[in-house]
Design a protein around this ligand. Structure first.
Ligand SMILES: [Cu+2]
Length: 493
């Protein structure tokens, strides 16, 4: 009798037990995985090799994670999963924002030559200023009677001895600052390391995703802001408010060698030991350098090749996806895909300059050390200029400036006054202007003109590009709130 009564009950228990086992083995890990909480357990770090080849070899994420994200994206597209995080039909931001207070050891390639610590000092208590306040403070410090500050970026092969001496002095002063001063040269180099090698986690609930500004739509704006602050620190140290970085004009015939003043052994702060010394002047740069099988060309062949290559990377890359790189939003895996110029010549020049006797082509040839070579900043000054040139091709090409997630992506940098500044991508792109009062217009503060050398003048009538930094009083609140903007456009003079 007891058996008759207990039989269905034990069968039920057996079934329930089996269900619980299935739940534990399959469903719970799946749910956790889809919620992105423990994806780091699937994270693998593959060896880095160089700036270029690491695209294929280096990944913060396994294929498993890649498919997971693809799956989530497709569900989001269908409106099944977490529709509030989808960008398309609501105002919830999916802008990338580093959790600055959670900076941690970076992911390094095998046999790295430095320790994995790239985090800047954390102000205690934690505080920062917004870019608007940085600009206002600068306005107050500068003399209004002297008018706008004008910074002119010149081609590196066209600057005079006086300028070279200033640049050399500024870098030397940065190198001499105390090790823990955020303006110190190595501290500045570490800023690049932290943003490029996974020093910062994304914000809640995606802390397991580490930020990398490369191979995505953040590449151009991050580096524009990075050298923006570097330039101001340098100018401040040498007491020249008009100081501007030169740009290594490798896309022009006259600029295809590394500027000679970066190659004077030992006597100059611009010299750097860890480089490929087969590539010093008069060697011409190969803009599409293949580190695994370098091509041998005559000088004439190399010039022709480089010019044709620039045309391909600049002119034929005629969509924002092709030129700027792929969108990269909150919750996305790092490195969704590079734009044309980032992939080459940007990466390829890093590889071309990186050392041959170092394990990962340090310093220029790998993210974590690249900015330890002073040539990095003039290289990126030119990359910055190419972004500006691209937006003016064919009467104007559109980057991502209509995408709020791109515009609201933000970074932190130390300025020349040792303030930590939070700055958004929206500050580096020109937005439609709205009516401003006379007083507000007078707040326009800084102008940065980038001179374009002879060979590039066919692209414009006057030979210069202008950036200006000012309070933008655009009242398009949905897109801009109270942001300020670094704007850039061609000078008409
Ligand atoms: Cu770079």
């Amino acid at each position: 009798m007891a058996n008759v009564i207990n039989y269905p009950s034990s069968r039920f228990l057996h079934l329930a037990f089996s269900l619980i086992i299935v739940l534990i083995i399959f469903l719970i890990p799946l749910i956790i995985l889809l919620n992105n909480n423990y994806s780091s357990i699937f994270t693998i770090t593959k060896p880095y090799f160089s700036y270029l080849t690491s695209f294929a070899n280096q990944s913060h994420q396994s294929h498993y994670l890649y498919w997971r994200n693809t799956f989530i994206n497709s569900l989001e597209f269908e409106g099944y999963v977490n529709p509030s995080s989808s960008n398309s039909n609501n105002n919830v931001s999916r802008a990338i924002s580093p959790d600055f207070t959670k900076c941690g050891p970076v992911d390094l390639p095998p046999h790295a030559i430095t320790p994995p610590y790239c985090c800047p000092n954390l102000p205690i208590p934690f505080k920062f200023i917004d870019f608007k306040d940085y600009i206002i403070a600068n306005n107050n410090n500068s003399s209004r009677s002297s008018g706008a500050i004008i910074r002119v970026r010149r081609a590196a092969h066209l600057v005079d001895d006086e300028f070279i001496a200033k640049l050399e002095k500024g870098i030397s002063m940065m190198k001499s600052l105390p090790n823990d001063d955020p303006r110190n040269f190595i501290q500045q180099a570490k800023v690049h390391c932290a943003y490029c090698n996974g020093g910062y986690p994304q914000k809640h609930p995606f802390q397991d995703q580490k930020i990398d500004v490369h191979r995505s739509w953040l590449f151009f704006p991050f580096h524009r802001l990075y050298i923006f602050f570097f330039e101001r620190i340098l100018g401040n140290l040498i007491g020249d408010p008009n100081f501007a970085l030169p740009y290594w004009n490798w896309d022009s015939i006259q600029g295809m060698q590394i500027p000679s003043y970066f190659t004077t052994p030992n006597s100059s702060s611009l010299f750097h030991k860890l480089r490929n010394y087969k590539h010093m002047p008069p060697q011409l740069v190969d803009l599409n350098y293949d580190i695994l099988s370098p091509k041998i060309r005559t000088q004439d062949q190399q010039v022709s090749y480089n010019l044709a290559f620039m045309y391909k990377q600049m002119v034929l890359a005629n969509t924002k996806e092709l030129f700027m790189g792929s969108p990269y939003r909150l919750g996305d895996s790092a490195q969704p895909g590079p734009g044309s110029v980032e992939f080459a010549p940007h990466n390829t020049i890093h590889d071309w300059l990186g050392g041959v006797d170092t394990p990962n082509h340090e310093d220029m040839g790998t993210f974590y050390t690249a900015a330890r070579d002073p040539i990095f900043y003039v290289h990126h000054s030119n990359v910055d200029r190419l972004w500006e040139l691209w937006t003016k091709l064919e009467g104007g090409r559109r980057d991502y400036r209509d995408d709020p997630d791109w515009l609201d992506s933000e970074f932190f940098f130390y300025d020349e006054n040792l303030n930590l500044v939070r700055v958004k991508v929206s500050t580096v792109v020109k937005r439609p202007k709205k009516m401003r009062s006379k007083e507000e217009k007078e707040q326009e503060e800084e102008v940065l003109v980038i001179e374009v050398s002879e060979s590039s003048r066919s692209n414009n009538n006057n030979g210069s590009v202008k950036f200006d930094v000012h309070i933008d009083d655009d009242d398009d609140e949905e897109m801009l709130s109270d942001q300020n903007h670094i704007q850039s456009f061609w000078v008409v003079s």
